[in-house]
Design a protein around this ligand. Structure first.
Ligand code: GLC
Length: 478
């Protein structure tokens, strides 16, 4: 350990004791309780955004799925490479750090890509499970400031803001580096040394908790307004206040960032939207004291979840962090239709990129983001600020909607399968004044309304192979 780094550590050890005593006595200022109307106002931009870009990037990106010259695998989360090869933190850091070489302006490329794709927010891994922090931290020497003499978080935040994007931090509570993180307290949470005794003898998890709070405090104090805190993750056997002093952590964040939106992963209980372990174990409920939205991972819920804010996060291939061996890319068609499907169920789509060691984005991801952007430039009004479909199921595609003045409704019909006979049937009586317009051309299409059905004369050729959108204005609220 270098001189200044050990001083940092000693200082933090000294203040920890004081802080623990201090926080217990004074208590972190509890934010005033929020009314439902205040909550709606705070959630408004996020609910309207519908589409965000996730970025998984850290030391693991530099290893790119290769360890000692051999591929570790071509499937699954390679940001877990340290765990997959069971490396201790010193070995992992020694291999990864020399290869982690962020180029100048990497963040500008990401931010431009996100904006051009039509994403309204970007969430970056400020720290993943490996414990390496991308900011310049005073409480750690395992951070970009100490190791690279750069503050990658500042570069990211500045770039995202310059493109008009909302900014979020993904922050892992799990930490495979910190020498007081008591991994034996959970049977379910991953750790590369799981099952082995602590290399440094006895550990004190309270010291780790304080470190976690201090590190997060830096992130919410030093970078201006932060829009999202994306926590990751807890286990049924280790979660919440016991594991992370979670309620206090959320209050700390809220006290520094009153408008911040936080996910549910500091907890893992049904009231927080979880039915168990596993990415599919979600419950369609969320008590606001456990977070603002729930986080289905790598899947789209079968139906909408009225009254619950949710966001599906998803990879473009099968990994979050860069893996040069993973060629299993989803098509642009799949990604665009996923975005539509999610919007039609009232959720958000957080779509991941996993940049390389220098911050450059894999070409497959660039191409997909550009394809989404091209589609959004024509059809974005059918996604942003819309609400869930009034229909259970439509044979030809999906639907979103917006309320119009005068009691009218605009239905956005996302046609995946263009009707061969040129007649699109919508199961609603649109009334005599129903008007249909193709977003791609602005052209009005003839409509006939009858009891229980409105038929649109579409003509035979689909304007967009992936999804053509017709805006249908009808009388009333279906
Ligand atoms: C999981 C994984 C992690 C990934 C995340 C994204 O919890 O541990 O690697 O960052 O989900 O949702």
């Amino acid at each position: 350990m270098s001189g200044p780094a050990s001083v940092k550590k000693l200082m933090s050890a000294a203040v920890i004791a004081l802080l623990i005593v201090g926080a217990a006595r004074v208590g972190i200022a509890q934010p005033a309780p929020e009314t439902p109307a205040q909550r709606d106002a705070r959630m408004k931009w996020w609910r309207e955004a519908r589409f965000g870009m996730f970025v998984h990037w850290g030391l693991y990106s530099a290893l790119a799925g290769t360890w000692e010259g051999k591929p570790v695998g071509n499937k699954g989360g390679m940001e877990w490479i340290q765990q997959r090869v069971k490396a201790d933190t010193a070995t992992y850091a020694a291999r990864a750090i020399p290869q982690f070489k962020p180029k100048p302006n990497f963040a500008r490329e990401w931010a431009r890509l996100a904006r051009e794709a039509g994403a309204r927010y970007v969430v970056l891994t400020s720290k993943h499970h490996d414990g390496f922090a991308l900011h310049d931290s005073k409480v750690s020497d395992y951070d970009a400031g100490s190791v690279l003499h750069r503050d990658l978080i500042k570069e990211f935040v500045d770039a995202a803001r310059a493109e008009g994007l909302k900014v979020g931090f993904y922050h892992s509570m799990i930490d495979w580096h910190h020498d007081q993180y008591e991994y034996a307290l959970s049977k379910q949470l991953p750790h590369p040394l799981k099952g082995s005794p602590y290399p440094n003898g006895k550990r004190n998890h309270a010291i780790y908790q304080q470190y976690l709070h201090d590190e997060v405090n830096e992130l919410v104090s030093n970078y201006g307004p932060i829009d999202i805190l994306w926590w990751d993750f807890s286990a049924v056997d280790f979660q919440g206040d016991q594991a992370w002093r979670a309620t206090e952590l959320m209050s700390l964040v809220r006290s520094k960032q009153p408008r911040v939106i936080q996910n549910n992963r500091l907890f893992r209980i049904p009231e927080a939207g979880f039915t168990g372990m596993g990415t599919a174990a979600i419950a369609p409920q969320l008590n606001p004291k456990y977070g603002d939205f729930i986080t289905p991972e790598q899947h789209i819920p079968a139906t909408g979840m009225p009254g619950v804010d949710w966001e599906t996060c998803m990879t473009m291939n099968t990994t979050w962090g860069y893996n040069e061996h993973d060629r299993d890319w989803k098509s642009a068609e799949t990604l665009i239709r996923n975005l539509i499907d999610i919007a039609s169920k009232g959720g958000n789509y957080l779509l991941n990129i996993g940049p390389k060691a220098d911050g450059s984005v894999p070409v497959e991801s660039i191409e997909s983001m550009k394809a989404i952007g091209a589609w959004m430039r024509v059809n974005g009004e059918s996604i942003y600020a819309t609400s869930a479909s009034p229909f259970q199921k439509l044979d030809w595609g999906r639907c979103t909607r917006k309320a119009l003045p005068g009691g009218k409704t605009r239905l956005y019909l996302h046609v995946f399968d263009w009707p061969k006979d040129g007649k699109l049937v919508v199961p609603v009586n649109g009334g005599k004044l129903a008007v249909a317009r193709l977003l791609a051309t602005g052209k009005t299409l003839p409509v006939t309304s009858a009891a229980g059905a409105t038929t649109i004369n579409t003509g035979s050729a689909a304007p967009d192979r992936i999804a053509s959108v017709i805006a249908l204005d009808i009388t009333g609220r279906p």
